[in-house]
Structure formats: C-alpha cells, structure tokens
Design a protein around this ligand. Sequence first.
Ligand code: G6D
Length: 347
Amino acid sequence: MEITIKSWGVSKKNEKILMYTLKNKFMEIEIINYGGVLRRISTPNKEGILENVVLNLPSIKDYEERSPYFGSLIGRNAGRISNGTFSLNGETYTLAKNNGNNNLHGGIDNFGHKVWNVEEIKGEDFIGLKLSLESPHMEEGFPGNVKVEVKYILKGNELSLEYYGTSDRPTYLNLTNHTYFNLSGDFKRDITDEYLQLDCDEFIAVDEATLPVEIKSVTNTAFDFRNSTLLKDFLYSDDEQIKIVNQGLDHPFILRHSRENVISLEDKISGRTLEVVTNQPAVVIYTGNYLHEIGKLNEEIECKKHMGICFETQNYADALRFLPDKAFITTPDSPYIQKTKFIFNIK
Ligand code: G6D
C-alpha cells in the first residue's frame, strides 16, 4: 500500500493543484485537491488488467472550465433547492441560483470548485486521505460557519467515503460525491451494456426542471430495478419520466436498507461489478443524459450521452420543501454524518 503525491499544475486563482495516487494490491485511485475530485479508479477486469472505471478529464483547466462535476465532492447541498430559497426556524434564506431559478449542487462557488486541505491517513490494512474545508456563514446564501471533513479510505477492494460536518448554528448540509462510473474500463463503451440492480420499492418522479413532484411505487413501471436490468432496455423504453430528463435517469430512489448492498452495477463483458452501501436514505441516479455536450475525455475519446452513471447517495431531494419532516438539519449538537462504500469485484 502506498500514497504518492505529484504536482498537477495551478488553478486560475493560482492555487497549487496536487494529485494523490493511492495504490494497494487490488486497485489504484487518484484524488486531486481541487473539488476533492476522485479522478481515477483502476480495477482489474476478468483477465486481471487494471483499467480506469470513472470518467475524467486531462487537466485542471478542463476541470475548471467544462467538468459536469466529474468525481467532485458536492456541497453544501446535493441536487436542486427549488427557487433557490429555503426557510429554517422562521428565517428565509436566499441562495445563489445556478440552474434556472434553482440552486444546484450548492451554487456557483460550490465545494466542487474549492481547493481542499489534504492529509494522509495510514492504518494497518488501509490507506486514505482526509480532505477538509471551512465554509463561512452565508456562503452561497447558506447559514452557519461550517467545517466539513471527507475521508477517502482504500481497504482491499473497497473505497469508503466518510463525511463529517459541523455548524455553529442550524443549517442544511447534504453532501455527496459525483463520480460517473463506467465499468467497461478506459471508457471503451458507454454504460448501456451494464446491468443495474436496486433495493428500492419507490422512486421520486420529477418535473421538467428535475424537481421532485411525487413519491411513486416502482411496481409496474420502467423504474423497477429490483431484478437486475440491462440499462439499454431501460434507457430506450417508452416512459414519460425517462423522456422528461433527456432520455435516462436523473431521479431520486428511496433505499430500502433490507440487506447490506443496496445498489449494484455489473458489466458482464469486462466481468467488473460495483456495489454501493450507504447509510443515506436516498440516492439520485444520473445516467449522464447531457454528457454529449462536454467534448473530449482525452485525445481519442469523445464523451457521449450515457457514458457514465452517478450514484449520488444523499438525503431526500429538495427535502426542505418536498419532505420537510425528513430533512436532516445540522446543528451545533447534531453533526452531519454520511458513510458510503463502493465495493469492486470481478465475476
Ligand atoms: C446532477 O441531478 C443532476 C443533473 O440534473 C445534472 O445535470 C448533473 O448533476 C450535472 O446529477
């Protein structure tokens, strides 16, 4: 197990960008201090060949100018807050609007655009990084002086993300990571050949602005992934909710938590599988329905629609408006905690 660090240029604000590579016997990952971006995860295919299973871009300039949150840590809020406003304890807060009339992924100067502090962590059977940042009271309109820590921990074939946040006054914190997985290896194919299985009896239907409108049973809908489903069959099936988000998934699913592994993705061609385990109540699954707009991933490969799939584990979408009783409020006495594990295997 080893951690190596190299310089990865400078940001537009002249901040030093560092790339951390963590390696063990099974896999390798790369993290940059800009946005806490998880830039590469290389895992073996069934022939034992290590290849990258997450979408990435070649330089820091690309991340600053054209990344649709590739691998970024997202805060202070994952997803949309409708009308860019919320009320808490009788106060109304006006947030930065960066998605029509809504606040998306925390606003303009969100956590995905910040340079995080990074410390190395080492244990007997794991290595990791502890990323931290402070977000001042009223940043992007959110109340509270907030301190956030995210640990990336690599142990065998598992990558864990442990989030911890505190605030000096009540606020809304809802963090996630926006990695786009593609198990084919080095982006050989899009995700339409991959199989998805979810322990979810319910999903949340959305409107034209991708805001949540109704909790629905998955039974007798295209959104029933309780049995493993080939993504191609879902993505091109005829359903209003698929079309409303530009042909795909961009929907919250409510996690059942009846067994340990609540989300699984499988690529039968490479033999790779991914399982996601989380303590969060929901996951927004996004199938990269606009990825054809971002240009090239590297010198040879043009990014296509459905090139990656995100599992954004989080609180219920737009919870302060849509499900206020379930919105988790961070207070000085009750910190924000999320634990999510990504487990890689070969079948
Ligand atoms: C998120 O849910 C959103 C999408 O609508 C958005 O386009 C993407 O991030 C960039 O997953």
